[in-house]
Design a protein around this ligand. Structure first.
Ligand code: F6P
Length: 359
């Protein structure tokens, strides 16, 4: 019996996508030999909508364990955009189902983040055989302790903080480093602690600029000539936290300090404390390059587990790591649920004990 397995990578890329694709394909070839055919859907759900796919060969998966990005390409095709209005929503769903049939798939593996899991769940509810795999540097997918890509990004962001330390110390400056993560502060909290940041600002804990400035002044009073502030892309101050997203976005636009809080925080620190302040935004560097050993291992664990699910014909699920154990969740149970840092997370307590200001 021939098995035809589709794979797509959706949303923002991250290190470990190719390692996961390799894990899936290698385990499938190992189990089914030449009776398995793998079909690459190009550029995520966009390829599924536009019937853009190609038959992959075993050679396509060789040498990609360490390769950053994704050999299948990706595109942001948000769930909202796919399902925004009728008749487009129905047309998009019909087109995705048609591509699945055109490619004669037995199942489709969707490697994606939070939003991509919503579309995966939708396709599953539409009757397709879907398996999800959790990827994102944001680590914000419900039901899994970790997603691949996250730990590589932690390593990169930590390296940035390390490097900023020496220049901050030489110039006696306050350095505000903007770390990726819009709704969840996992990457900022992990790299902030690992890099020895003095102040860590995350979306889950709105900051008060007076407390941030007090922390800088306190360090100066205790003899430190510099401070490192790790700011999550999605950090909000206490006033913004009471507003609707649209409102605070409009206010920032009007103020002309950028779409994130980092530049404003730096300006406020400089004005209120007199300390010379600079901003560093490593941006997409955090998503680039080769996956770390941890992520290669995780990607291989997740990929080979997905192959096992295919063998057992268990669909409508997504692979997960729970308490160091690879398992799966039902797509319908996790899709669309954010995973933010809970107020009682042990790393927040660690930060508190270490005297790191959390805004
Ligand atoms: O994929 C996650 C992420 O890197 C977020 O941390 C960040 O907010 C966003 O993607 C950036 O998106 P884009 O690559 O579309 O600019």
């Amino acid at each position: 019996m021939k098995r035809r397995i589709g794979i797509l990578t959706a949303g923002g890329d991250c290190p470990g996508l190719n390692a996961t694709i390799r894990g899936i394909s290698k385990a499938l070839y190992q189990r089914f030999g030449s009776s398995v055919e793998i079909i690459g859907i190009m550029n995520g759900y966009s390829g599924l909508i536009h019937n853009d796919y190609k038959e992959m060969q075993p050679e396509d998966f060789k040498g990609i364990l360490t390769l950053g990005g994704t050999i299948l390409g990706t595109k942001r095709t948000p769930f909202k955009q796919i399902c925004r209005n009728e008749p487009d929503a129905s047309a998009n769903i019909a087109a995705m189902k048609q591509t699945y049939r055109n490619a004669n798939l037995d199942c489709l593996l969707c490697l994606g983040g939070n939003g991509s899991h919503k579309t995966a769940n939708l396709l599953s509810q539409e009757g397709l055989n879907i398996i999800g795999l959790p990827k994102t540097i944001d680590n914000d997918i419900h039901g899994t302790d970790v997603s691949f890509g996250f730990h590589t990004a932690v390593d990169i962001a930590t390296d940035v903080i390390d490097r900023i330390h020496t220049t901050a110390g030489s110039h006696s400056r306050v350095m505000c480093i903007e770390i990726m993560g819009n709704k969840a502060g996992w990457l900022t909290l992990y790299s902030g602690i690992a890099g020895g940041a003095d102040i860590i600002l995350i979306p889950e804990k709105p900051y008060d600029i007076d407390r941030v400035c007090a922390a800088v002044e306190n360090r100066a009073a205790n003899g430190s000539n510099f401070s490192i502030v790790a700011v999550a892309e999605g950090a909000l101050d206490v006033t913004e936290a009471t507003m609707k997203r649209k409102e605070w976005k409009a206010k920032r636009l009007e103020a002309g300090t950028g779409s994130t809080a980092t530049t404003r925080i730096a300006a406020q620190i400089q004005k209120n404390t007199g300390a010379e302040t600079r901003v560093c935004i490593p941006g997409h560097m955090q998503r680039g390059g080769s996956p770390s050993a941890y992520d290669r291992l995780l990607a291989t664990q997740f990929g080979s587990y997905a192959a096992k699910l295919i063998e057992e014909e268990r669909y409508g699920v997504t692979v997960a790591m729970v308490n160091n154990h690879v398992t799966e969740n039902r797509l319908q149970d996790i899709a669309g649920k954010p995973r933010c840092i809970p107020a009682d997370h042990e790393l927040l307590a660690v930060a508190h004990r270490m005297g790191i200001a959390l805004g």
